[in-house]
Design a protein around this ligand. Structure first.
Ligand SMILES: Nc1nc2c(ncn2[C@@H]2O[C@H](COP(=O)(O)OP(=O)(O)OP(=O)(O)O)[C@@H](O)[C@H]2O)c(=O)[nH]1
Ligand SMILES: [Mg+2]
Length: 308
C-alpha cells in the first residue's frame, strides 16, 4: 500500500478512502532537528521504551532534503536495526521522489495506512522543521525538537520559528559539555515565547507548558522520561479535549492539500488537451516564440468555469 502511494498509483487513492474511517486512533509524534543530532538513535531508544508498554510502533523516516539521500536513509534504518525482527515495530523510509502533492502528502497518506493498521504510535523523523516543502506541524499531534549542546541551536531555533511548534525540547548528546547551559538557554527562550492558542496553525495545545529534557540516546539515559512526557502530552490533550481540535485542524490541512493537488491535476489535464497548448508546443518547436511567452499566453487564455 505504501509502495502504491509512493508510486502515485491511482488505486492507492481508492484504498485510502476505504481505510480512512479506520485511521485516527494513533498518536503521531514528530521528531525533528538538524542533521546528525541523534534523531534516529533517539527514536530507536524510544521504540524500546514504548515496546515495554506493549505498544505497536511505526516509524516513518522522511528525508526531504535531497532525492539522492540513500546514505542518510540507510543511516536511519541502521540505527533502528535491532527492532527489525520485532513484528510490532514497522520502520519505513521515504525520500523525495516527486510524489503527487510532495512528500507531505505521501507521508500523511502513509500515516493513514499505518494508523488504520492499528499502530498505537507513529513516529515521523524529519530533518529540520518549518520548511516550505515539509512541515511536520501539519502531520503530528506532538512535536519533539532535538538539539545538541553548545551549537547555538537555541538561537537557530528562534530564527527558524521552531520554538513556536515544539511541545518537547530534547537536548541530546548531553554526555557532552554544556548540556545544562543549553537546557537553561532553551528554557529562557521558551519563557519569552508568545502564548499560542489551539485555533492557530500550531501544534501547541492550550496551557501545555513545553518541556525541556536531556538525553543520551546512545545509552538510553533520559529516554524513559522522554517517552513518559510524550505519553503525558497525549493524555493531557485527550483530557482537555484539545486533541479533537488538533485532529480537526490537521484534517482541514489534509483536505486543503488534497484540493490543491486535485485542482492542479485537473487543470493541467485540461490545459494539455487544449488547442492553445498544442499550438504553443508547435511555436516553441519551430522557434517562432519563446517558451516563456507561450506559457504566459496559454495560462492567460484559460477560462475556468465552476459548476455551482
Ligand atoms: N555522544 C553521543 N553521540 C550520539 C548520541 N546520540 C546519537 N549519537 C551519535 O550521533 C551520530 C548521529 O546519530 P543519528 O541518530 O544518525 O542522527 P540523526 O539526527 O538521525 O541524523 P540524520 O538522520 O542524518 O539527520 C551517530 O554517530 C550516533 O551514534 C548521544 O547521546 N551522545
Ligand atoms: Mg536519522
Amino acid at each position: 500500500m505504501i509502495r502504491l502511494i509512493e508510486d502515485n498509483d491511482p488505486s492507492a487513492f481508492e484504498m485510502l478512502k476505504l481505510l480512512y474511517p479506520y485511521a485516527g486512533q494513533a498518536f503521531i509524534i514528530g521528531i525533528t532537528g538538524s542533521p546528525g543530532v541523534g534523531k534516529s538513535t533517539l527514536i530507536d531508544a524510544l521504540i524500546t521504551q514504548f515496546r515495554k508498554r506493549d505498544m505497536k510502533i511505526a516509524v516513518i523516516a522522511v528525508d526531504p532534503t535531497s532525492p539522492f539521500s540513500g546514505g542518510a536513509i540507510l543511516g536511519d534504518r541502521l540505527r533502528m536495526q535491532r527492532h527489525a525482527t520485532d513484528e510490532k515495530v514497522f520502520i519505513r523510509s521515504m525520500a523525495s521522489r516527486g510524489q503527487k502533492g510532495g512528500l507531505s502528502r505521501a507521508t500523511k497518506d502513509t500515516a493513514v495506512v499505518l494508523s488504520a493498521m492499528g499502530y498505537d504510535i507513529i513516529i515521523i523523523e524529519t530533518v529540520g522543521a518549518g520548511q516550505a516543502e515539509f512541515d511536520i506541524s501539519f502531520l503530528a499531534h506532538s512535536i519533539g525538537i532535538v538539539s545538541i549542546p553548545g551549537t547555538g541551536d537555541g538561537i537557530q531555533a528562534v530564527k527558524a520559528g521552531i520554538l513556536e511548534i515544539g511541545d518537547i525540547f530534547i537536548v541530546n548528546k548531553s554526555d557532552r559539555p554544556d548540556a545544562e547551559t543549553s537546557v537553561l538557554e532553551l528554557k529562557m527562550m521558551l519563557n519569552m515565547r508568545r502564548p499560542t492558542t489551539c485555533a492557530q496553525t500550531s501544534t501547541l495545545s492550550p496551557n501545555w507548558t513545553p518541556r525541556v529534557l536531556k538525553t543520551i540516546a546512545q545509552n538510553g539515559t533520559g529516554v524513559k522520561e522522554l517517552a513518559d512526557t510524550f505519553l503525558s502530552h497525549f493524555d493531557f490533550m485527550k483530557q482537555n479535549g484539545s486533541i479533537v481540535q488538533k485532529k480537526i485542524e490537521l484534517e482541514h490541512l489534509y483536505f486543503n492539500s488534497l484540493i490543491k493537488d486535485l485542482t492542479m491535476e485537473k487543470i493541467l489535464l485540461f490545459i494539455k488537451n487544449s488547442n492553445d497548448f498544442k499550438d504553443a508546443l508547435n511555436k516553441i518547436e519551430s522557434g517562432s516564440m519563446d517558451p516563456i511567452t507561450c506559457a504566459e499566453n496559454v495560462v492567460n487564455n484559460l477560462k475556468v468555469t465552476c459548476k455551482q
